[in-house]
Write a protein that binds this ligand. Structure first.
Ligand code: GLN
Length: 386
């Protein structure tokens, strides 16, 4: 007889995500939440109006499974203008319920039992459970310490005849590290004449600083032939709760992805698809100016942190600031994050949950600076007292 307590978990090592844990703790103790990555400022007015309009116009039923044509066309145009290649909206673009759904569906569509999937630590916490549910084996390769660049010798050494997929992420969550053209060239050479596929998580594609540009896999025609490139409107338009993302991949790969997507979520929130289609068309400057919008926040926050005992690491992209807290505490990072939240009222994200095996001696946490200046000022005032 089966009893609920005896469920044989498919994900025995998985608990609640660190993002949810820290957000809950922040709410409980009334802390300023710089943990889970979400902006606390408003969505562009045009986009909100477009969403309301779409609902009032009656666009409230199922969208087509791959996404509404107007949005896929707008994504194709944006991709052409950003990366010089225009994916076919009919066969190469799929709108998903957030980038998370895209990543999950990609992994389930291509990873078979005992296939190996390489991830680069620290990496986003969704990859490994999805690989495990597909029956695959997750092989963790560590990025270099401090600058989180790729050790290509180490990565090459992790490739075997069973490697099915390599997952990359630039700008990286949690570190903000970005890929160089050389990295893209290395991955292209590494996968040439193999069956290996690539999943490139590029949700922070429009947030790259200091005049650098985003090295999308889509810029490289050869690599793009074996790649699923995932992005998200939540990060670009300050609306992580709307849950709309997309995946660009060659037709054969998109066909497989859609087989899973259609039974996973089937289609994504229709009114938001109309709103994003309108927004992309009417205001392309929004994503073009996003790096310029965030860079002063990054700079000011780093300057403010200099008044504390937290040491900020460089942030080439994304909206997270990693800091070294070793001058403050010797606690391991998860314990430290709990302590900081309960004792000093600032929620942050420890880095160890982003690793297959935590780096014992590392004392790093991630702070989200996608916040109004008043929120950041209040957080700094608390951190100054630590
Ligand atoms: N992407 C968000 C972050 O890195 C977390 C989203 C979530 O809570 N699943 O903070």
């Amino acid at each position: 007889m089966s009893v609920p307590g005896a469920v044989h978990s498919k994900l025995p090592a998985v608990g609640t995500t660190i993002f949810t844990v820290m957000s809950q703790l922040a709410a409980e103790v009334g802390a300023i939440n710089l943990g889970q990555g979400f902006p606390d400022f408003s969505v562009p007015t045009f986009l909100m109006d477009a969403l309301t309009r779409a609902m009032n116009e009656g666009r409230n039923q199922y969208a087509p499974m791959p996404g509404i044509p107007a949005l896929r066309q707008a994504i194709a145009a944006k991709t052409a203008s950003c990366y010089g290649t225009r994916p076919d909206p009919e066969t190469e673009i799929t709108v998903t319920s957030g980038a998370s759904e895209a990543i999950f569906s990609v992994i389930l569509s291509v990873v078979r039992a005992d296939d190996e999937v390489i991830v680069l630590d620290p990496c986003y916490d969704l990859y490994e459970p999805a690989i495990a549910l597909a029956g695959g084996l997750c092989r963790h390769v560590r990025l270099c310490e401090r600058d989180f660049s790729i050790d290509w010798t180490r990565l090459r050494a992790a490739v075997t005849s069973r490697t099915r997929l390599i997952i990359v992420n630039s700008p990286n969550n949690p570190t903000g590290a970005i890929w160089s053209a050389e990295d893209v060239a290395q991955l292209t050479a590494l996968t040439r004449e193999t069956e290996i596929l690539v999943l490139s998580d590029e949700v922070y594609e429009h947030i790259v600083y200091d005049g650098q540009w985003h090295e999308s896999v889509l810029r490289n025609a050869e690599l793009a032939q074996r790649s699923f490139v995932v992005s998200s409107f939540g990060k670009t338009y300050h609306c992580t709760g709307w849950r709309v993302g997309y995946c660009i991949a060659p037709t054969a790969l998109t066909t497989e992805l859609r087989k899973v997507h259609q039974y996973n979520t089937f289609s994504s929130f229709t009114p938001a698809q109309w709103a994003f289609a309108n927004m992309l068309q009417a205001h392309p400057e929004h994503y073009r100016e996003l790096s310029g919008f965030y860079q002063p926040k990054r700079d000011r926050f780093a300057a403010q942190l200099a008044r504390t005992r937290f040491v900020p690491l460089p942030v080439p992209g994304g909206y997270f600031q990693v800091v070294d807290y070793s001058k403050v505490s010797a606690l391991p990072d998860v314990e430290f994050a709990r302590w900081l939240c309960t004792e000093h009222g600032v929620a942050v994200i420890p880095l160890s949950p982003f690793y297959g095996k935590a780096v014992e001696e590392q004392r790093l946490v991630r702070l989200c600076f996608a916040k109004d200046q008043s929120t950041l000022d209040a957080a700094i005032a608390r951190l100054e007292g630590v």
